[in-house]
Design a protein around this ligand. Structure first.
Ligand code: X8Z
Ligand code: ZN
Length: 642
């Protein structure tokens, strides 16, 4: 009996230990063994995913699944032994507590093996459908030899960008949607079911709620709606201007009803998410000087490598480290012709603190010039936070990650910078009209994107939550596109077999999208702060106009950026944002300030409603007007002294 009790006592002791390691033991484990093993597992998964994305074949898909199952085993065992029973409020060290908040979520590792296998295979399959989809050329009425078919990049994109023949645009738009989205309609059902299962196992109601959790923001959806309301008038004005010009361009072919909705295929882009290819058509002042980066890049014989070198030079001018490794081999910066690849651009962190690669089927044009800067922003972020523990090696929130490179690209696309790097035409003359032309181009990139950036995940959140029934998936997609983008399907796609959301990469590839909407707001906040730090913008006098600022070669801007990005995810994002910009709120005021002259051109009141915050502001919103007033007073006193 005594011996029996002793065994029970020992068992209890073991259980007690397994159930609740001390905080010291936990910290030691997280810093040591876990850091090493989790980084190695992350490297292995990234290598498998990279191999598939750069060479889509069954063998590489199989490896992805094998690695996913193996990684899940590791995560499960660590979770059961170390993290499961930790009570967060009892963890004293704030940083360890923050890490554990994430570590207590198992993600898809929580699934049973068979489900995890199905989910992984389903995602690989959808990515393959999207990445390898091809269509028969126009004029073949949808049938042709396999060898004659054309892919999205660069062929279909090129046709859409050129905007030559209305019927051809409609044809390629429709065929692409049939060849991509429609083919994965069934797989998406499996994907939704299993994604929701993952969410529930991680104690969320559905996958949408799980995804939104990564933003650590109360009332996140309401906040997004408020921001959308702030920018809606500008989007509507841009849409209206575009509608007028498109009607002139396509005349009777373009049927616009009383609702004002425009068909989705005439925006120079498959998803109408950027309208930059309409630039020459939409210039408010065709007689004034124009910037055409695509023309200049081509005229000057830019190669893909030179585009990357030019971007890298900007980053290093701020004092950031060179990221040459990301575009030298084994990166993939051009489309290979001997294998199927995922052309959609991405930047990869292989979790070993030294391997960072870009994958992109780069074309020499303005859109890709911006994308090169975008991808490098991801790489710089990876490099800057590489010495954080693995749980913190991520963006402050997912929107931060998307915003870094775009912030840099705002400076790169300023007239001052284009002049500096000689991408302005020799006869360019600055004028009010030329400025409005430039701002219009930027609006075609940034303002045009906003509703699309918002609606993709609004749609997915409704699908995951089940508020949209499966038979209404496509119908709801078009309701949202009509409501937000004011864009309609050019052809009848009411049949529930259509699956137009799947014609967009991120839906097929299980990649959340609201981060891009957040980024399109945040990047103007970042840009404004870097401009102030570089003394290239005075927020009190608002001069020179914000869009003219270039913070190239500014050590101060580089320092501010480095300080904010090196934190990775170690602090809640509002804290990081506050240090960076002076406010802890996501706020469209900086964007509205940037586009103010364009808003005035559209006859709108502009940014009058906005209350600005600046680095160093106090919480009550008092801003740099205070020191400015002080200087003014001293100036006045000095004036009268002499
Ligand atoms: O997917 C991207 C990047 C890679 S993270 C190229 N972007 C979104 C898209 O292409 O839909 C950048 C802008 C929006
Ligand atoms: Zn990105």
């Amino acid at each position: 009996m005594g011996r029996h009790i002793y065994i029970i006592f020992l068992a209890c002791l073991t259980l007690a230990h397994a159930a609740a390691p001390t905080e010291e033991e936990l910290s030691k484990f997280i810093e040591g063994d876990y850091e090493k093993k989790a980084s190695a597992a992350c490297t292995k998964s990234s290598v498998a995913a990279w191999n598939y994305a750069t060479d889509i074949n069954d063998e590489n898909a199989k490896t992805i699944t094998e690695v996913a199952l193996e990684t899940a085993q590791f995560e499960k065992s660590v979770y059961d032994k170390w993290f499961k029973d930790v009570s967060l409020p009892d963890v004293k060290d704030a940083s360890v507590r923050r890490m554990l908040k994430d570590l207590k979520q198992q993600g898809s590792a929580a699934l049973e093996e068979a489900d995890l296998k199905t989910l992984t295979e389903t995602i690989s399959k959808m990515e393959k459908i999207y990445s390898t989809a091809k269509i028969c050329p126009y004029g073949t009425s949808g049938t042709c030899d396999e060898a004659d078919k054309i892919p999205l990049t660069p062929d279909i994109e090129d046709i859409l960008a050129k905007m030559e023949d209305y019927d051809e645009l409609q044809y390629v738009w429709d065929e692409w949607h049939k060849a991509s989205g429609k083919k994965m309609r069934g797989d998406y059902s499996t994907y939704v079911e299993l994604s929701n299962k993952v969410a529930k196992l991680n104690e969320f109601d559905d996958a949408g709620e799980y995804w939104r959790d990564s933003f650590e923001t109360d009332k996140f959806q309401e906040k997004l709606d408020t921001i959308w309301e702030q920018v809606t008038p500008l989007y509507k004005a841009l849409h209206n201007h575009t509608s007028i010009k498109l009607k002139e361009r396509f005349e009777d072919k373009l049927a616009v009803g009383e609702d004002g909705l425009l068909p989705a295929h005439v925006f120079g882009n498959m998803w109408a998410q950027t309208w930059i290819n309409l630039d020459s058509l939409l210039k408010p002042y065709p007689e004034a000087s124009n910037v055409d980066i695509t023309v200049e890049l081509k005229k000057q014989g830019y190669t893909v490598v030179k585009m990357f070198e030019t971007a890298n030079e900007f980053y290093t001018s701020l004092g950031l480290s060179s990221n040459e490794v990301s575009y030298k081999p084994p990166s993939m910066i051009e489309k290979p012709d001997n294998k199927e690849v995922t052309c959609h651009a991405s930047a990869w962190d292989f979790c070993d603190k030294k391997t960072f690669l870009i994958k992109m089927c780069t074309v020499v044009n303005q859109e890709d010039f911006v994308t090169v800067h975008h991808e490098m922003g991801h790489i710089q972020y990876y490099i800057l936070y590489k010495d954080q523990p693995i749980a913190f090696r991520d963006g402050a929130n997912p929107g931060f990650h998307e915003a870094v490179g775009d912030t840099i690209a705002l400076s790169v696309q300023s007239i001052a910078h284009l002049k500096e790097i000689k991408l302005l035409p020799a006869d360019y003359k600055d004028s009010e009209e030329a400025s409005i032309n430039t701002l219009m181009s930027m609006a075609l990139e940034k303002i045009a994107f906003l509703p699309f950036g918002l609606l993709i995940d609004k749609w997915r959140w409704d699908v995951f939550a089940g508020t949209t029934k499966e038979e209404d998936w496509n119908k709801h997609w078009w309701e949202l596109r009509e409501k937000y983008q004011l864009i309609k399907s050019p052809v009848e796609h009411k049949d529930p077999d259509f699956f137009d959301p799947g014609a967009k990469y991120h839906v097929a590839a299980d990649s959340q999208y609201i981060s891009y909407f957040v980024s399109h707001i945040l990047q103007f906040q970042f840009y404004r702060s870097l401009c102030i730090a570089a003394k290239q913008y005075d927020p009190v006098t608002k001069s020179p106009p914000l869009h003219k600022c270039d913070f190239y070669k500014s050590e101060e801007a580089g320092k501010l950026l480095t300080e904010a990005l090196s934190l990775g995810k170690s602090k809640p994002w509002p804290e990081v944002l506050k240090k960076f910009t002076g406010t802890d709120e996501l706020d469209a005021c900086a964007l509205l300030e940037y586009f103010n002259p364009l808003a005035k051109y559209f006859g709108m009141p502009g940014d009058a409603e906005c209350k600005y915050t600046n680095p160093g502001d106090t919480d009550d919103g008092a801003n740099v007007a205070v020191p400015s007033l002080l200087f003014l007073t001293i100036g006045v006193i000095l004036h009268y002294m002499y």
